[in-house]
Design a protein around this ligand. Sequence first.
Ligand code: AMP
Ligand code: MG
Length: 337
Amino acid sequence: MKKNITLTALCLSFLFILTSCAPQNTAQTATVFAMDTVMELTVYGDGEVLRDAEQLIYSLDAKLSATDEHSEIYKLNRDKSATVSADTAEIITRALDICKSTDGALDISIYPVVSAWGFTKDEHRIPSDDELSELLDSVDYSKISVDGRVVTILPDMQIDLGSVAKGYTGDRVTAMLRERGVESALLNLGGNVQTVGTKPDGSNWRVAVSDPAGSGYAGIIETSDRAVITSGSYERYFEEDGVRYHHIIDPKTGKPAASDILSVTVIGESGMMCDALSTALFVMGVDRGAEFLRENREFEAIFITDDGRIYLTSGLEDSFTPSGMYENAEIEVLNYD
Ligand code: AMP
Ligand code: MG
């Protein structure tokens, strides 16, 4: 009996030595379902830091979801004024800045319109023009006030952070991983990719850009320490009588943005900014979008348009390689020099 216990103890301590010596460059992976999407985390570090990353994602989702009855955003939408956590106050404040700088192409008070089209419950319908114009009366981000941690909205208003929450979450997880000494990680938050450092061998991460008109890839971006975030009409849509109705709404019309863009990918250091901008640039279309990028040079972008072209900001010329159907596509470089 005693011999058995000693043997077990020996085995356990051997196992402990094995696990505690797990090298930093072992890939730990997890699949997380949060924010209405499947997320894949690959972290070169120990299992504990990966579990903490998962918990951080779940806790942010629990605060920011517009549909979860226990979330802070749900309560704000119901009560029209609420004291929220520092995270929620921060994300709303920063989102409002971007609503302003994009001249309302991004508007987090668009939620009642998104709901009217049925995108929040996957019960799709086409609202009438009268219904939309009535709903648009209370869409106006400039009427949202944040005073410390007290957020107040108009009586008929509801807000939705779906356009920025995954990017914000990517930033928060990235900061936590760096603090804990992780030098290499790839966070794929439902197509919104955040890269931490480089691959363990020092080479760049290779991030695929989906083909918005098909099922494969339109190309590969090589990057490190950057967010690579895409908005596209292919991500969420329904079709009726041969017309496609997608989930990115033009706040001026209340209808799916009549954009010449099929998808726009924004690359930069801040996931939240890239997330907000990918949604806003989609609404703006290529011309206004390119103009916006001229004034905001810290972001790189790839536009794929409905005529099969690719527009690239010049910083991506050496890091983007088109593939599949796009290998021979016309590529126009947006050069601002
Ligand atoms: P994204 O996938 O980041 O482009 O975000 C799209 C989501 O943001 C949609 O599913 C809506 O919930 C919401 N949304 C749609 N249009 C807008 C808009 N113009 N401004 C802010 N949020 C929007
Ligand atoms: Mg977005």
